[in-house]
Design a protein around this ligand. Structure first.
Ligand code: NAP
Length: 251
């Protein structure tokens, strides 16, 4: 069958590549997949994948036009605010159907001891008097700001090595999730962790650290998500597939 319509999926999450793999099974749809290229071994489904930034909003808009893309789905991480803003604006300016696939944020339970903050700067000021041994579970991009706390010790876990200049004092562990509860419990105990700093990423892959913290009575400084850009949003891959199929039927 001739492929009649094209979708660009902006990836960077498990949900992104799962959606791309499912969308590729729709016969009349051609799937384009895009990754920022931050990790050296991105999990690429068997579809045409491009890697690297577009060059801002105008670069993305040019790409959408050049490749004659019909629909845009943003399945990037909840904290990927720049590409998300660019995608929403580019789609709007081209009057292109646009969907944000965004997994739900974690919800605090009564047993959780969370201190919810709006930014990494706020996390630093809350952390300062609270505890010394910290599990800094925020990836590698925002580490430098925690170097302003020379008296703290940080356990830092991420997929790719950080730049040494940006690293606060402590230990770096290079690992890709998912992690299970037993692993997370053992990690927190082994390193005598007193507080966790985490982004509210949502999803299952890194949630066990929150469960382990709850179990061990360890407080979590939870950095809230950036503001959501304009546009239609769904939480599940199935909903994104339904959206795509509806668009194909209408077009
Ligand atoms: P960001 O600040 O929104 O993006 C920075 C720049 O990276 C964007 O302006 C864009 O460059 C490029 N970019 C981002 N996602 C892209 C994609 N899917 N395809 C092509 N270019 C992309 O995002 P970030 O926080 O740096 O995250 C980068 C990527 O890692 C995202 O795709 C995200 O899904 C993934 N990720 C992020 C986190 C996190 O905690 N932030 C965690 C796990 C995975 P141009 O402006 O040049 O187009």
């Amino acid at each position: 069958m001739v492929k009649t319509k094209r979708v660009l999926i902006l990836g960077g999450t498990d949900q992104g590549w799962q959606l791309a793999a499912q969308a590729a099974t729709i016969p009349e749809l051609e799937v384009f997949f895009s990754l920022a290229g931050r990790t050296r071994q991105p999990m690429i489904p068997i579809i045409q994948t491009r890697i690297g930034g577009f060059g801002g909003m105008t670069g993305l808009r040019d790409y959408l036009q050049q490749e004659k893309i019909d629909f845009l789905i943003n399945a990037t991480h909840p904290f990927a605010s720049r590409i998300s803003q660019n995608a929403a604006i580019a789609a709007e300016s081209l009057m292109m159907p646009y969907l944000r696939l965004l997994r739900p944020a974690w919800q605090k339970s009564e047993q959780d001891n969370w201190i919810e903050v709006e930014s990494y700067e706020a996390a630093v000021s809350v952390l300062s008097p609270l505890a010394q041994r910290v599990f800094l579970s925020i990836g590698r991009q925002e580490l430098a700001i925690f170097s302003t706390l020379p008296d703290h010790w940080f356990l830092m876990r991420m997929v790719e090595p950080p730049s040494p200049a940006s690293c606060p004092q402590g230990k770096v562990i290079l690992e890709r999730g998912p992690f299970n509860l037993a692993q997370e419990r053992s990690l927190l105990k082994t390193y005598k962790i007193e507080v966790i700093v985490s982004k509210n990423s949502g999803g299952n892959a890194t949630y066990p650290k929150i469960l382990a913290a709850r179990e061990l009575g360890i407080p979590v400084i939870m950095v809230q998500r950036p503001e959501l850009e304009r546009g239609e949003t769904v939480a599940e891959i199935e909903e994104a597939m339904t959206w795509l199929k509806n668009k194909l039927e209408k077009d």
